[in-house]
Design a protein around this ligand. Structure first.
Ligand code: GTP
Ligand code: MG
Length: 431
């Protein structure tokens, strides 16, 4: 393909900037500039063009053993943004155009160097904001999960068997063993179903959980926000009505990435600033995945004003008693002040991980695209498992073809309906 280039490191003043080039026959293309060094050997080379003289480390990865599968050359230049720009201009003169974001990875996908699941995981790795998200993305890069390899094997055999009975039928003694087929479909459905439950957890690990902390003034919301965020972000005082704006922070609790929102204490007030703060709460509750209603342990019951706010969201609300260092109480009890959050950790794990530990869901399918295809695969297997015994073989044959199609779309072997450009545009330049 036509040669492309891009900085693989940010264009800032730095010790080294790496420029990557990918294309066919780069040896010929670079002849006027440099004789490419031996493959995969970092070699100090002298680059001369238009009066510039740069000593750079150059690494040559000949096709097909490179990131993109084409010839790839990396130039490690001194990290002066102006010098780098001049070098990129010179590459342009040699016929190398600037890559668009994700173009290197797109070529890697089309040349079979990366699977689609890898590409999606790489994209998540680039944007991961917490340790759990990094680990989750890393666990998804590499070979296909065993359950996908096995399912492909099994479904391709079932397709072959049912197609044979459609084509040749009973006359040739190739009858459809519908009960055997139904048993296989049921087993596959069970496997997909377990993966579906793991992938729900993996989805939370990937996307993070949006948690809105709400409650009456002085419930300790900002104290909890700070202890979770690991820094004194929000102002904490004993004066009710301290917080007005919504504050945000990203953190981890119980291995789960949280996107936290601290809010103004809910009460009727004449203070116009405080009222504006309270008015921001409902839109937040609408988009939150979890509403954490904080009630001091010393309160006999939750305050009615906050209750009115959370009434439309019973499924995503949990009641958490704070200040348990001051009074005994039941339910999920914490002390934001002393940092005793053990019961909140347990509650979050139960709610978002169910039967699994977060670590058990590393490597599971995680993006919305992947999870949608997985749930279609569960449905498809369910349909086959419930077929009547006297069904003509054409019906399971077409359902199995459908399942095969879903699997190959999942792995990217069938790219017909992929919005690839939209996906790659989320990558950084040079990736
Ligand atoms: N003993 C004890 N005090 C706490 C605890 N959590 C918060 N406090 C104290 O309660 C007071 C109010 O805490 P904040 O975190 O500012 O409460 P808030 O809910 O953010 O209050 P507003 O912003 O006014 O709505 C502060 O003096 C905190 O030190 C706790 O778990 N135990
Ligand atoms: Mg506060």
């Amino acid at each position: 393909m036509e040669p492309i280039c891009a900085p693989a490191t940010p264009l800032l003043s730095s010790s080294v900037t790496i420029i990557r080039v990918s294309g066919d026959n780069l040896g010929n293309l670079f002849e006027p500039l440099i004789k490419l060094p031996d493959p995969r050997n970092a070699t100090l080379c002298s680059l001369k063009w238009k009066g510039y003289h740069e000593k750079a480390l150059v690494i040559f990865f000949p096709s097909p053993n490179s990131y993109t599968g084409e010839d790839v050359v990396e130039f490690h230049l001194h990290g002066n943004p102006l010098l780098v720009r001049r070098f990129l201009e010179h590459l342009g003169d040699l016929g190398v155009r600037l890559a668009v974001p994700g173009e290197f990875t797109k070529r890697a996908l089309f040349n079979g160097k990366q699977g689609l699941l890898d590409v999606e995981a790489l994209k998540d790795l680039m944007t991961a904001a917490t340790d759990a998200q990094i680990r989750q993305a890393q666990a998804r890069v590499g070979r296909l999960p065993d359950w996908i390899i096995n399912a492909k094997e099994e479904i391709s055999q079932l397709v072959a068997q049912t197609e044979a009975s459609v084509d040749y039928g009973e006359d040739e003694g190739i009858a459809l063993h519908i009960n055997k087929l139904k048993t296989s479909a049921k087993k596959l459905k069970d496997t997909f179903h377990v993966e579906q439950r793991r992938s729900t957890v993996a989805g939370w690990l990937r996307d993070g959980i949006r948690v809105a902390i709400i409650g009456r003034p002085n419930a300790g919301k900002s104290t909890l926000f700070n202890v979770l965020a690991g820094e004194e972000r929000a102002i904490v005082t004993e004066i009710p009505g301290t917080t007005r704006d919504v504050l945000e922070a990203k953190c981890e609790l119980a291995g789960l990435p949280l996107h936290l929102f601290d809010t103004a204490g809910i009460r009727a007030t004449d203070d116009p600033i405080e009222s504006l703060g309270v008015a921001r709460i409902d839109p937040l509750l609408q988009m939150a995945d979890l509403v954490l209603h904080l009630v001091p342990a010393t309160d006999h019951q939750p305050d009615p004003e906050t209750q009115a706010f959370i009434e439309p969201y019973p499924e995503k609300t949990i009641l958490v008693r704070n200040q348990c260092d001051l009074a005994q109480c039941s339910g999920i009890c914490i002390s934001a002040k002393t940092g005793d959050l053990a019961q909140l950790e347990i509650a979050l794990k139960q709610r978002f991980c169910g039967e699994f530990s977060p670590d058990a869901c590393l490597g599971a399918l995680a993006t919305e695209r992947q999870r949608d295809l997985l749930s279609d695969m569960v449905c498809q297997m369910e349909l086959i498992a419930e077929l009547p015994e006297n069904v003509p073989p054409e019906i399971p044959a077409s359902l199995l073809q459908g399942a095969w199609g879903l699997l190959t779309r999942l792995t990217g072997e069938d790219r017909a309906d992929l919005a690839l450009d939209a996906m790659f545009s989320g990558f950084c330049l040079g990736k």
